[in-house]
Design a protein around this ligand. Structure first.
Ligand SMILES: C[S@@+](CC[C@H](N)C(=O)[O-])C[C@H]1O[C@@H](n2cnc3c(N)ncnc32)[C@H](O)[C@@H]1O
Length: 209
C-alpha cells in the first residue's frame, strides 16, 4: 500500500516508529490483509498509528488504550493532554474511541464481546507485560483471518539490538510456546503474529459475512 507523502508529513511530529515510512506501510498493508473492520491499539501515545488507520480506512472501527495516568510509566511517559494529539491534529478524533485503562484490564473488552481484526501491541515493553498483553489480545481477535501486530521486536540473534526490544522478543517466544500462532517479520521492528488454526477447527469463529 502506498502511503501519500502528504499524510506521512502530517504524521511525522507524532510517531514513535524506528522507520516510519516502511513501518506505516507494513502496518497498513497488514490491516488491508484482514477484513479491516476493526483495529485495537494497546498503547496510544500521541496516536500517530491509530490516526493513520483512521485516515486510510474510513469505515473501520478504531479503539486505542492508554493508561489512566500516562505519566506513570517508564515506557514513553506523556502528559494526558498529549495522548491522542495526532487524532485531534489530523481531525479524526470522532473516529477513534480512546480508552484510558491499564492494558492488564483488556479482559473487560472480551467480557463485552468485543473483537478486532488487528491488534497492535505497543504499550509496556517489559517481558511480563507484553506476554500478558499478547494473551489478552489473542482472546480479542475476530478469528483466523485476524492478526496481532507487535512493535519493537528484534530476533534474539540480531546484533546491536535496542535494549527495549529484548523483553518484547522474550514475551513473543513465551507466547508462541503456549498459543497457536506463527511469527512473520515485517519492516523495521514490526512482527506479525498470525493464527495457525483454521475456521473449520473453530466453527464458532468463522469469518463474519
Ligand atoms: C511506545 S508508546 C506507544 C506508541 C503508539 N502505539 C504509536 O504507534 O504511536 C507506549 C505507550 O504505552 C502506554 N502504556 C504503558 N504501559 C501501559 C499499560 N499498562 N496499559 C496501557 N498503556 C500503557 C504509555 O503510556 C505510552 O503512551
Amino acid at each position: 500500500m502506498v502511503i501519500a507523502g502528504e499524510l506521512l508529513d502530517r504524521l511525522m511530529p507524532f510517531h514513535c516508529l524506528l522507520d516510519p515510512v516502511a513501518e506505516f506501510r507494513a502496518l497498513l498493508d497488514a490491516f488491508a490483509g484482514t477484513p479491516a473492520r476493526s483495529f485495537l491499539e494497546i498503547g496510544t501515545h500521541r496516536g500517530a498509528t491509530s490516526a493513520a488507520i483512521a485516515l486510510v480506512f474510513p469505515a473501520a472501527r478504531i479503539v486505542t488504550v492508554d493508561l489512566p495516568d500516562s505519566l506513570r510509566t517508564v515506557w514513553n511517559p506523556l502528559p494526558r493532554a498529549e495522548v491522542g494529539a495526532a487524532h485531534r491534529a489530523l481531525g479524526v478524533q470522532s473516529r477513534v474511541e480512546q480508552l484510558f485503562m491499564d492494558s492488564s484490564e483488556l479482559w473487560r473488552l472480551a467480557a463485552r464481546g468485543e473483537a478486532f481484526d488487528m491488534i497492535f501491541v505497543d504499550a509496556d515493553h517489559s517481558s511480563e507485560a507484553v506476554f500478558r498483553d499478547l494473551i489478552l489480545a489473542a482472546d480479542l481477535l475476530t478469528g483466523p483471518t485476524a492478526f496481532l501486530l507487535v512493535h519493537d521486536y528484534t530476533g534474539a540473534d540480531e546484533s546491536g539490538r535496542p535494549s527495549w526490544t529484548i523483553g518484547v522478543q522474550q514475551a513473543v517466544d513465551r507466547f508462541l510456546g503456549v498459543r497457536p500462532f506463527r511469527k512473520r517479520r515485517l519492516a523495521g521492528l514490526m512482527l506479525l503474529l498470525e493464527p495457525t488454526w483454521t475456521s473449520s477447527a473453530f466453527p464458532e469463529w468463522s469469518t463474519p459475512a
